[in-house]
Design a protein around this ligand. Structure first.
Ligand SMILES: [Zn+2]
Length: 53
């Protein structure tokens, strides 16, 4: 996949987003694979239906 902004390569990375749900609580949703651009801060969330091919 290629960044649609500058045409840079997107690297697949796994993130673990944290969501604050209260004063003292956070929730880790789950592993979230994203494609992070190497040239800018752009990223795409992996489409579950996209597949690895
Ligand atoms: Zn980019």
């Amino acid at each position: 996949m290629i960044c649609h902004k500058y045409g840079g390569d997107l690297e697949k990375v796994i993130t673990y987003p944290l969501f604050k749900v209260g004063h003292n609580s956070i929730v880790i949703i789950k592993k979230l694979p994203i494609f992070q651009c190497q040239n800018c801060s752009e990223y795409l969330i992996e489409d579950p239906g996209y597949g690895e091919s």
